[in-house]
Design a protein around this ligand. Structure first.
Ligand SMILES: [Zn+2]
Ligand SMILES: [Zn+2]
Length: 355
């Protein structure tokens, strides 16, 4: 059995918040979550980086970090979790895959997911420039802001409707997209986080739902039969480039949870009205187009959470051959630490919570 937790009960405890369905999926061998945080792939604990395995966070993360201990002799900023300074010449943790740095003592409390950096360093403005090179391909900015917004309980009225200061949004967006380290989000205003997501989507060179793929969505929205509409939509989603599809699915699940929270007072209709111009970003924004995009967006938001979750479910990338097969690993650019480890369980739990 491949796992890097000290025992199966550790793993079960880690996912104790999840329901039986999720636990069943953990029992199932082919769905077993790959919990290897440091890239050791021989199944034993002897090569495991102690700072990755001992300091497992108390909260379930979508993906664990691949930490190494490092001492700094220059100013490297603050801890992502507590926002206090990482002290000069005192060892702290740095992730090998993403820009997260934190105190050793804060590691167990960590609520920030590991989203590996994009392969390309150019950041021209296409969605693909901002997504990790492993599925689900959702930009770090969106995952971090959404995780932080939801961690606050979705109790605040007018999320995504109330605006924030332009400067604050710009600064945060810059730090999340271009900063050398991951900023602490705990002290950011919730509306600033929402506006940051909105601004990011608005700034994309190609909108999240590109022109070329719109006709299929319109056809789906015009279907009167629910099942036929879902089928049409499914095929339209499969056609979308993966980064667009994964990000759209991730956001749909988030916006559905927002619509379900009475305190937020944002109905499906409100969300469709707010995001239609952002997601479609039409050069020809006339009234009939806006009404059409709102209709399409309403249809997307009314799909079941399970429909969206299916696009984010990622099978472990384990090869059929032995994991010790170095040629296979080289050919396939195999790196166990880069798997999106618990996404299946995470989104299942979200779906069940939403239901
Ligand atoms: Zn700290
Ligand atoms: Zn990381």
């Amino acid at each position: 059995m491949r796992r890097e937790y000290n025992s199966y009960s550790d793993l079960s405890r880690h996912f104790r918040l999840y329901d039986e369905q999720s636990m069943d999926s953990l029992q199932d061998d082919h769905l077993r979550i790959h919990m290897n945080p440091n890239g050791s792939d021989d199944g034993s604990l002897q090569h495991v980086d102690c700072y990755s395995s001992i300091y497992l966070p108390t909260y379930p993360l979508l993906r664990h970090h691949n930490f190494k201990l490092k001492s700094y002799y220059s100013n490297v900023g603050n801890c992502v979790q507590c926002n206090k300074r990482l002290r000069f010449a005192v060892a702290s943790l740095k992730c090998r895959d993403c820009p997260v740095r934190c105190h050793v003592s804060c590691c167990r409390l960590l609520t920030v997911n590991c989203i590996p950096l994009p392969l390309v360093s150019r950041k021209l403005g296409c969605l693909f420039d901002f997504v990790p090179h492993v599925a689900p391909m959702v930009p770090a900015l969106i995952v971090h802001c959404v995780t932080e917004i939801e961690a606050r309980g979705l109790e605040q009225e007018g999320l995504y409707r109330v605006s924030s200061t332009r400067d604050k949004v710009k600064r945060l967006r810059h730090k999340l997209l271009r900063g050398k380290t991951m900023p602490h989000l705990g002290n950011k205003d919730t509306h600033t986080l929402c506006c940051c997501v909105k601004e990011f989507l608005r700034s994309l060179e190609r909108p999240l739902i590109p022109l070329y793929y719109r006709q299929d969505l319109v056809l789906a929205a015009q279907q009167t039969d629910v099942l036929a509409a879902e089928e049409q939509l499914y095929f339209a989603m499969v056609e979308l480039p993966q980064a667009h599809r994964d990000t759209l699915a991730f956001l749909m699940l988030h916006w559905q949870r927002i619509a379900q929270s009475p305190a937020v007072k944002m109905s499906i209709n409100n969300i469709a009205v707010i995001f239609a111009p952002t997601l479609f970003d039409d050069v020809d924004l006339n009234l009939s187009n806006i009404v059409l995009w709102q209709q399409v967006l309403r249809m997307l938001l009314l799909q079941s959470p399970g429909f969206w979750a299916q696009f984010l479910e990622v099978e472990p990338l384990q090869p059929a051959c032995s994991l010790d097969d170095d040629d296979w690993k080289r050919e396939n650019n195999y790196s166990p630490s880069l798997h999106w480890q618990s996404v299946k369980t995470y989104f299942r739990s979200m779906v069940n919570l939403a239901g």
